[in-house]
Design a binder for this molecule. Structure first.
Ligand SMILES: Cc1cc2nc3c(=O)[nH]c(=O)nc-3n(C[C@H](O)[C@H](O)[C@H](O)COP(=O)(O)O)c2cc1C
Length: 218
């Protein structure tokens, strides 16, 4: 853990300026109704380079604060260190992780965050970004996270074998070109599968599709 005490944005360190990522990266999360961020692990401390409106709505932070910072500002005094370690491990090993962790909003309100952190690779197979997607879950009531997982599993079960294969690669963070290479299919075919998958999964953005696939345990 960092020496940081909380979430109120009292850090003094300077925040590096990050250029706006390509439109294609922003498009990954812009249309998502789920709070989402994109971070750039090629920059020092893996700062957030893009966030969507749902993320500001959920956390209370303005993009001016968010962009350029590592996502650790959501963690605070009662955040479970072993869960933070799981996220760190996913980042280190470049594997998707889904954990339910205690986080804090800008006004200090704690919330249970079912957060997905997943790598996104570039055309050449190099790690390019991480996707983070945050869902607030009710810690008292029936677990929304569990309901989401069950729904995701049901939907994925009904897909064809080929669709599942494509989705598995999407969840691993691969782009169409690499998926085409892995499955020995044309990029056009993969694009078609992707479009069909988005419809079948009722996923308004690629970020939602990655989340759903990980929730389904792919
Ligand atoms: C894309 C992305 C999204 C993240 N989202 C969250 C989050 O919502 N909540 C959280 O507690 N940590 C999140 N993390 C993890 C923190 O950024 C950070 O790695 C973690 O708190 C460990 O902090 P440390 O480096 O100070 O040990 C995210 C990491 C990445 C790369």
């Amino acid at each position: 853990m960092s020496s940081e005490e909380g979430n109120i944005g009292t850090e003094q360190q300077s925040i590096p300026k990050v250029g706006l990522p390509k439109a294609s990266v922003r498009a990954l999360i812009d249309n998502s109704p789920i709070a989402s961020v994109i971070s750039n692990p090629r920059l020092p401390d893996n700062p957030i380079v893009s966030s969507n409106k749902a993320f500001s709505d959920l956390t209370g932070y303005h993009p001016d604060f968010i962009i350029g910072r590592n996502c650790r500002f959501l963690a605070g005094t009662a955040t479970e260190p072993w869960l933070t370690e799981e996220i760190r491990r996913g980042v280190r090993e470049r594997k998707p992780v889904l954990v339910e962790i205690l986080n804090y909003k800008k006004d200090g309100t704690p919330f249970q965050n079912a957060v997905l952190v997943a790598p996104l690779f570039d055309d050449g197979g190099e790690l390019e970004f991480f996707l983070g997607s945050q869902v607030e879950i009710d810690s008292d009531g029936p677990s929304l996270a569990k309901a989401r997982r069950m729904r995701a599993t049901e939907i994925v079960k009904d897909l064809s074998k080929r669709q599942r294969e494509v989705l598995r690669y999407i969840a691993k963070g691969l782009l169409n070109k690499q998926i085409a290479h892995e499955l020995d299919l044309s990029e056009r075919t993969i694009k078609m599968h992707r479009a069909i998958l988005m419809k079948r999964l009722d996923a308004p953005s690629a970020a939602d599709m990655v989340r759903l696939a990980v929730e389904a345990g792919m």
